[in-house]
Design a protein around this ligand. Sequence first.
Ligand code: HEC
Length: 101
Amino acid sequence: MKRALIIMAAMAAISTSAMADQALATAKNCMTCHAIDKKLVGPAYKDVAKKYAGDAKAADALAAKVLKGGSGVWGAVPMPANTQVSEAEAKKLVAWILSQK
Ligand code: HEC
């Protein structure tokens, strides 16, 4: 129930603030390694959304990975820990990434 509410809130936030979320991604330097529709240092956000479509646990796991960094899912290049984002910002960014089509 709580999860459903969180998802609904996230979806409402996405529809009204997709532009704001991209601005946040830019401000937090995510876009230096990522683009929406092509691979840079890290995977394209559209590919991330495709990979985790239908995976209900993905959002939390990806938010944790954004915060702590990690490697091995898309290749050998690691994503460093993004210490400039808060947990709430990481969740917001991941919800935006997973909404890319
Ligand atoms: C220095 C480059 C770099 C920066 C900065 C960076 N990333 Fe990444 N990111 C990567 C790489 C490389 C991978 C692939 C890691 C792997 O293969 O496990 C990745 C993977 C990801 C994934 C998919 C993880 C998975 O397990 O499938 C997400 C989501 C993501 N990044 C979001 C972000 C967000 C949000 C930010 C900004 C707060 C950010 N990244 C900043 C390089 C970066």
